[in-house]
Design a protein around this ligand. Sequence first.
Ligand SMILES: CC(C)(COP(=O)(O)OP(=O)(O)OC[C@H]1O[C@@H](n2cnc3c(N)ncnc32)[C@H](O)[C@@H]1OP(=O)(O)O)[C@@H](O)C(=O)NCCC(=O)NCCS
Length: 140
Amino acid sequence: MPAIKEIIDAYSADGKTVSRPLAYLYSNIRDYFVCKKGGKIVGCCSLHVAWGDLAEIKSLAVHPTHKSNGIGTALVKACLKEARELGIARTFALTTATGFFEKLGFEKVAKTSLPMKVFGECLQCSRYPDCDEEAMVKTV
Ligand SMILES: CC(C)(COP(=O)(O)OP(=O)(O)OC[C@H]1O[C@@H](n2cnc3c(N)ncnc32)[C@H](O)[C@@H]1OP(=O)(O)O)[C@@H](O)C(=O)NCCC(=O)NCCS
């Protein structure tokens, strides 16, 4: 989890990711997919089940020196595969990387179309309520 935290934190200062305490990361460790190169974790992404028919794709980050090698795509596809296996109908992401998610078939939706429950963590975020993340949804 320290390696995952380091990658997520590399992008948190400019608002692309949300920094998480190690305690949070360990509590959610089963949600994470990682990509390893040469024994080192170079990318991460998590699938967090929100409801019976809805899961969030979150904490997506690829180490700056390994970007644009298909790692982010592979990580999101792993999350989508798991969502399908779990029988979850819809996935969503709250993200500033809208172009990246569009390439994977996600569509922008109004935040108000998602259940209030999924915004619980936003209240803890320093960027709330002036956040530039958009809600994107993909049916799996
Ligand atoms: C977004 C991110 C995860 C993409 O990972 P990656 O491994 O670099 O992406 P891939 O190599 O799989 O790229 C797939 C495609 O998406 C494009 N892409 C990557 N990041 C993009 C972005 N922010 N906006 C639009 N397109 C993007 C790539 O150019 C590539 O296009 P191509 O297939 O036409 O060549 C990575 O750039 C990253 O860690 N960014 C900072 C953190 C972040 O924004 N996370 C998302 C929070 S939800």
